[in-house]
Design a protein around this ligand. Sequence first.
Ligand SMILES: Cc1cc2nc3c(=O)[nH]c(=O)nc-3n(C[C@H](O)[C@H](O)[C@H](O)COP(=O)(O)OP(=O)(O)OC[C@H]3O[C@@H](n4cnc5c(N)ncnc54)[C@H](O)[C@@H]3O)c2cc1C
Length: 144
Amino acid sequence: NYGHGGSGWSLSWGAAYLAVGHAAATLERRVAVIGCGIIGLTSALTALRAGLDVTIYTRDLLPHTRSVRANGSWTPDSRIALSAQASPSFARTWEQMARYSLQTYRDYLGLPGNPIDFRDNYTLSDTPLDAADHAPAPTDAGKG
Ligand SMILES: Cc1cc2nc3c(=O)[nH]c(=O)nc-3n(C[C@H](O)[C@H](O)[C@H](O)COP(=O)(O)OP(=O)(O)OC[C@H]3O[C@@H](n4cnc5c(N)ncnc54)[C@H](O)[C@@H]3O)c2cc1C
């Protein structure tokens, strides 16, 4: 992952796009992907679509990867990194990943089985949500 601990699903297509760009720049046509969680799968698909020859090496196969049980929301900016630890270029990299991922996920809207859809999301609070001391509601626990 490009410095994001969480938000793997949300940023996956963008992270894959960056990784495959690095791989393609070597001019090597055979690519190895380690792991088949969401990062490995999107990297492998992106590489395949770029015409590369892909082999996945993995310990756990679907549905036994963590990614299968840990997803749900478009949350590209949750639990990313401590700003002190992030490199100066990370903000730009993050924006690239977020925009590319969103663009790609939108292509899945309306497909059979509704793999992606828009949903209204509500947060209840006794304090105004824009108050400085507002803490995330416990219902945010499912966010990655
Ligand atoms: C409760 C929870 C909810 C979440 N909700 C969201 C959400 O709503 N939206 C969102 O964007 N993100 C969410 N996340 C974060 C997201 O799930 C992760 O960032 C993402 O799944 C990480 O994917 P991954 O492919 O890097 O890892 P994994 O899914 O863990 O895959 C790792 C792969 O590498 C393989 N592997 C590991 N070690 C080796 C080895 N030594 N040799 C070979 N293969 C190896 C494994 O077998 C597996 O195939 C959530 C996380 C949690 C915990």
